[in-house]
Design a protein around this ligand. Sequence first.
Ligand code: MN3
Length: 212
Amino acid sequence: MFELHPLPYAIDALEPVISEDTMRLHHGRHHARYVAVANSLLADAGGAARPLEEVVVSVRRRAARALFNNAAQAWNHGFFWQSMTPDYAPPAGALGEAVARQFGGVERLGEVFVGEGAAHFGSGWVWLVAQGEVLSVVSTHDADSPLTTAARPILACDLWEHAYYLDHRNDRVGFLRAWWDKLANWRFAEEQYRAPAGGGWRYPQPSPAALA
Ligand code: MN3
């Protein structure tokens, strides 16, 4: 069974950009529900416990849509919580150099990221991704993620209305700008950027109960 692991910061640590109310619903209800439904569908399907990354990639290939949606959303949210920090620091190291070289700095990259997220129609995600050392910004629909592509996720922001509506109403651009300026976790992003192929962030492994 996959678990809903605790947030890596206090429930109110991301205020005022993301309120405690939003976090309680988003982590405690939405993410919890994706994990529960994915576990239920996996139990129905039988088979051995395996990493969530493998579930997402393999069920996508088989087009088992409900399992893909819930497993991918469980993974996306785990990655999203790590993509934020209450202790903002600008990108540094190899990633900071790549941001400067390819985009002319974190502000310019922010314009691309916010622009991509604002222009995305409907629910989904906006990602900073890397292929090799080359950075790019992409958005995905619904539960889709770069896990099923050749690109490696570096940073992600949730574009579903449940992510921002309580705090920002319909102002997705305002949410994304504040998120980029105050919450983006560049230390985590740097770890993803420097990780060897296949060595990026992993969802906590399923417990042995999943083998039963
Ligand atoms: Mn969400």
